[in-house]
Design a protein around this ligand. Structure first.
Ligand code: NAG
Ligand code: NAG
Ligand code: NAG
Ligand code: NAG
Ligand code: NAG
Ligand code: NAG
Ligand code: NAG
Ligand code: NAG
Length: 594
């Protein structure tokens, strides 16, 4: 077979001399030396060759100027060898080379100058090696390089000038597993980069200004970062992306703030992150967003208004989450929605999902139509199974009904606490809100607050709390409301405004008043008078004290105004080891007493 192969080669017009371990194809000028058990690059390779395949051999070293005769070579594949060393100028002479593959070898370092003379190289694949560092100017000669694949290495450091000279690089695949910092400085050299892929990023948070100079970057992919918990607010600052993927990470919240300036974003993939909510009105800045993929997350709820403002939204894939429903109100307009992945969610089939069923023939479920899981009667029903005619009877909701609707009126004295209850039933279970007499919603915090069990609590009631409060129970089918009234009786009015302390709620609610009434026992004036009296009595007792001291000292006769103190200096006692002078005389000084 080899002979016939060589025979073919020899009969062709160019004088091919096919090395014994290779198969040569003279028509396409290809040398296939794959699986040839070669331990070194064979000698005497035909100079006309355009393609050289040396994969799956046992080559360990690429010596200097090994290929210098192959000036016409376009494609060199050395992947799946045992390469450990590439010498400087190993590829010298390969001035036509377009593609160089060195993946799946054992390279730990690439010396500066290894790629000398590869001025036409367009694709370099050094992935799946054990490269530890990228040194300054390693790729300096590769001015035409457009794609570089360097994923699956152990890179711990990328020098600041490592990517200098890569003036045409458009796509870069890196592995950040062992990087302790973003190679921000090195990336600034890549002025025309359009696509950046980080596989296995070892950081827990993406730092601010990580990519600030990559103005042409359109696509950023960060995948398999099990530690990545957050993106700093300005981490994507300076980017104008159309496609962003951050998947297989540990993000527990949707990164609203880091993303909000990406107004040209079309494609967003946050799959396989434990994100639980998409809140209302927070991604409306992504005006041009068309696709959101959030597969395999922990989504519990997509709030109504979540996709408000996204007029071009056409694909939502939230399969394999924990959603019980997806309401039409989440979308700006469902008419633009073409693809919906909603399978593998514990869906409760009720009126909230009617819109999906109604569109089941126009919307693409990607081959996996959603299935009802949590509804008792409809368990296991596939969305494509619903008969059109019975739809209104099958997917139903029960409007809320507030239970125990007896009139609740509370009359109480100022400072007391009252709880109004409001519980409602319905399907789906209604949510309960409270509105204050000014019809503003009450929050779960504060003195007057809505409790999580649906009750309203007014602590340390004040006269101004009086009024009619409204409990509103609502679900997708409607709402029901209940009024309660509160009358707070003030302390018997005095002519002055009552004095109120800032942190008054820390006081017991009812301070026994002077008249047996619950009234705070002081106002500003009383307090001032009390303070004045206090100060006056303090000053008078101090003065009396001084007078007594003066009289006593007078009675003791003439006061001595000086005192003389004699002492033995310390140095005198430890002269031998102290090293100071033998000053044996006792010291003496006189103080004047005042
Ligand atoms: C090169 O040779 C190997 C081993 O014989 C073969 O598997 C492979 O398909 C060949 N490649 C081409 C491009 O012919
Ligand atoms: C790089 O990270 C991988 C996975 O975490 C680890 O197995 C490997 O030892 C690291 N290599 C270096 C050089 O630190
Ligand atoms: C992901 O984050 C959670 C807390 O948010 C933490 O408990 C867990 O250990 C993290 N996972 C990894 C792989 O770091
Ligand atoms: C990142 O920038 C944001 C917004 O300026 C700032 O709030 C935050 O503290 C910064 N984070 C770090 C880690 O510097
Ligand atoms: C951002 O990118 C879009 C297209 O992807 C482009 O039309 C727009 O001009 C860019 N904006 C800036 C400020 O570069
Ligand atoms: C959603 O994503 C999953 C995983 O990538 C895929 O298998 C499925 O087909 C997608 N669904 C749709 C409707 O595109
Ligand atoms: C709600 O909680 C408050 C305080 O915890 C309690 O006083 C009230 O009785 C509860 N209401 C209901 C309906 O369980
Ligand atoms: C529910 O209440 C809102 C106002 O809070 C009102 O606009 C809406 O029409 C009500 N819905 C039903 C079904 O009564």
């Amino acid at each position: 077979m080899l002979l016939s192969c060589c025979g073919v080669a020899l009969t062709s017009e160019t004088h091919w001399l096919c090395p014994s371990s290779c198969r040569c194809n003279a028509t396409v000028l290809e040398l296939n030396c794959s699986l040839g058990q070669l331990t070194r690059v064979p000698d005497g390779l035909p100079q006309e060759a355009k393609l050289l395949n040396l994969t799956h051999n046992a080559i360990k070293t690429l010596a200097r100027q090994q290929f210098h005769a192959l000036t016409k070579l376009l494609d060199l594949d050395l992947s799946n060898n045992l390469l450990v060393i590439i010498e400087v100028e190993a590829f010298l002479g390969l001035q036509s080379l377009r593609t160089l593959r060195l993946s799946h070898n054992h390279l730990k370092i690439i010396p500066v100058g290894a790629f000398a003379s590869l001025t036409n190289l367009q694709l370099l694949d050094i992935s799946s090696n054990q490269i530890l560092v990228f040194l300054d100017f390693t790729f300096r000669e590769l001015a035409a390089l457009r794609f570089m694949k360097a994923a699956d290495n152990d890179v711990v450091y990328i020098s600041h000038q490592a990517f200098t000279g890569l003036t045409s690089l458009q796509e870069l695949h890196l592995d950040g597993c062992n990087l302790t910092a973003m190679p921000t400085e090195a990336l600034t050299q890549l002025s025309v980069l359009r696509s950046l892929h980080f596989h296995r990023l070892g950081l827990t948070a993406l730092p601010n200004y990580s990519f600030s100079h990559l103005v042409h970057l359109k696509e950023l992919v960060i995948s398999h970062c099990p530690w990545l918990e957050s993106l700093s607010g300005n981490s994507l600052f300076g980017l104008n992306l159309t496609s962003l993927t951050i998947k297989h990470g540990n993000l527990s919240a949707f990164p609203y703030i880091p993303l909000h300036h990406l107004v040209y974003l079309i494609y967003l993939d946050l799959s396989f992150n434990p994100i639980t909510y998409i809140h209302a009105n927070l991604i409306g800045d992504l005006l041009r967003l068309q696709e959101l993929h959030l597969v395999g997350g922990s989504l519990l709820r997509i709030e109504i208004g979540a996709f408000r403002g996204l007029a071009h939204f056409r694909l939502l894939n939230v399969s394999r989450n924990r959603l019980t429903t997806l309401e039409i109100g989440a979308f700006y307009s469902v008419d633009t929605l073409k693809t919906l992945g909603l399978d593998n969610n514990p869906l409760a089939c009720d009126c909230r999902l009617v819109w999906v069923v109604q569109r089941r023939l126009y919307v693409d479920f990607g081959g996996n139509p959603p299935t009802c899981i949590t509804s008792v009667q409809l368990q296991g029903w596939n969305f494509l199974d619903f008969p059109e005619a019975e739809l209104p009877d099958l997917l139903t909701c029960r409007p809320p009904r507030i239970l125990n609707r007896k009139a609740q009126v509370a009359r109480l004295d100022q400072g007391h606490t009252v709880v109004f209850s409001c519980s409602a039933e319905g399907d789906p279970l209604p949510s309960v809100r409270w509105l204050n007499p000014q019809l503003r919603p009450l929050l779960p915090i504060g003195r007057v607050r809505a409790l999580s069990n649906g009750s309203l609590e007014v602590r340390y009631a004040q006269p101004q709390d009086s009024g009619t409060y409204l409990c509103v129970a609502s679900n997708a089918a409607g709402n029901d409301s209940l009024r309660v009234s509160l009358h707070v009786r003030a302390f018997p009015s005095s002519s002055k405004k009552p004095f109120r302390l800032k942190g008054w709620s820390a006081f017991p609610s009812a301070v026994p008043g002077v008249n047996g009434n619950s009234k705070l026992p002081f106002d500003v004036k009383t307090l001032l008078i009390a303070a004045t009296i206090g100060f006056l009595s303090f000053f008078s007792s101090v003065s009396v004290c001084f007078i007594f001291m003066f009289l006593w000292s007078k009675s003791k006769g003439q006061i001595k105004h000086t005192a003389t103190i004699a002492y033995v200096p310390r140095s005198a006692m430890s002269s031998s080891n102290g090293g100071t002078s033998n000053y044996m005389e006792t010291g003496r000084f006189t103080m004047k007493l005042i």
